[in-house]
Design a protein around this ligand. Sequence first.
Ligand code: SF4
Length: 216
Amino acid sequence: MAKGNLTYWRENSFYINPTSRCINDCLFCVRQFGEGVFGFNLVLDEDPSTEELVMEIEETWKPEFNDVAIVGFGEPLLNLEGTIAAVRKMRELSTVPIRMNTNGQALLLYPSRNVAQELADAGLDRIQISLNAHDSETYLRLCQPKLGRTAYDSILEFAMKCKPLMRVELSAVDIPGVDIEACRGIAERMGVEFRVRIFKGPDGALNGILRTLTSG
Ligand code: SF4
């Protein structure tokens, strides 16, 4: 059994945590500053099986929740089977729209699968894809993707694959060194939504991030 919380919640929002692993190491990530959010420990010692995840969803879901999100303490697509099973289970339990946050590198992770279609078939309504940078160089510095230089373009391509299937939103964290208006322009040209996210790290961390982004 995976230790750490597989689901968590605040007010009427219900969140599902399929994994705490990630293939990025974003300088602004909440993982840099703690072990969870809203008082829940979200660090898992291993990914849950699909059965464990579905059982935890069944046990902790309450009908008064009116917002469901697959937002793990890592990249949900790394536990793709768990994520798909979680979306299916939520679709059984409720008609509440289901959204998911991802770093959007599905095409590199699963080149032979149509992940966008699989998520749509399971019942995902909305995908929030972290663009986080106005160009690939800034993305490399800010997000440090293990999959390398091609990650940024693959994110844009994945977003276009999702677009005919569900609501798509690109996002970027508002931190120095990221051209938010340029990110917004990319989303507009692609015909998808755009959201600016607030940096949630401690005061003072932004200076270190800016130094990394502008060094060398
Ligand atoms: S992609 Fe998301 S979970 Fe992964 S390091 Fe970046 S912010 Fe954190």
